[in-house]
Design a protein. Structure first.
Length: 256
């Protein structure tokens, strides 16, 4: 089992605080500002979500961002998509991080403080999704890099908003504004930015007041289908992504 005091300050890209009632807030960031996602963050988040899921004193989890975006910036630093060993690391981490989020067996609230242009699959594994009017969704980096979007967005968007809509969202790099995302079923509430965390905390405190096993087992009951979807599909999707990355690497080498 994990204890909060042992991991609270262990993750440079996650600011962790917890209320006396057991509501854990995770604010993703890079040096206090909005998160810049890179290979080091990819590795770090595997352990972050594992520690959170292993702490029995967490009663509810709020996941949010910093600055003006939840997650809209990516850097190639720390990633190696183009060698077998390098991609094997991405493959293993990509599978594990999603299962570790699902292994957080207490209710999860995503409080989206701005755009979500990458790794929106993390958000779709939450139970309640709050957005601001400034929140937009897009799967941007995969096709920008020329690779298959196989890290879980391919599984979760069609599940959440419907098969035809989900495939269109990914294939066209559609930008979903908050209102459309709510209409499609990917957002529960749209809240002014200055009220976002207050509303998330209000919901979280209500959930934290449930008997501990009730809150925990309700999360388990509500995510069984998602667990099956991820367990069955994400490894295959990431393998396809790796094959496409190898083709990109070959094209780059030919041009060089």
């Amino acid at each position: 089992m994990s204890r909060f005091e042992n991991y609270r300050d262990a993750f440079p890209n996650a600011r962790l605080t917890r209320s006396p009632s057991g509501v854990l807030e995770i604010a993703l960031h890079t040096q206090g500002g909005k998160l810049v996602f890179d290979g080091h963050v990819h590795e770090q988040f595997v352990d972050l979500f594992h520690e959170i899921g292993s702490d029995p004193d967490n009663r509810v989890v709020i996941l949010t961002g910093s600055g003006d975006a939840f997650m809209d910036a990516i850097s190639p630093e720390g990633f190696d998509f183009f060698t077998p060993r390098g991609y094997d690391k991405i493959y293993r981490e990509g599978k594990k991080v999603l299962m570790n989020i699902l292994d957080i067996e207490v209710p999860m609230i995503a409080a989206l403080n701005g755009p979500v242009l990458l790794h929106s699959e993390y958000v779709l594994l939450a139970d309640i999704i709050l957005a601001t009017p400034e929140t937009v969704f897009q799967d941007k980096p995969h096709f920008d890099f020329g690779i298959v979007p196989g890290d879980g967005v391919n599984l979760l968007w069609p599940e959440v908003i419907g098969s035809v809509r989900g495939r269109y969202f990914i294939l066209t790099r559609q930008i979903l504004d908050a209102e459309t995302a709510r209409e499609y079923g990917a957002v529960n509430e749209i809240v002014p930015a200055d009220r976002l965390l207050d509303r998330a905390r209000e919901i979280a405190e209500g959930l934290a007041a449930l008997p501990p096993l009730t809150g925990r087992y309700t999360r388990i009951a509500l995510t069984q289908k998602l667990r099956r979807i991820i367990d069955e599909g994400v490894g295959y999707g990431l393998a396809l992504e790796g094959i496409s990355a190898a083709e990109v690497a070959r094209a780059m080498a030919t041009k060089a």
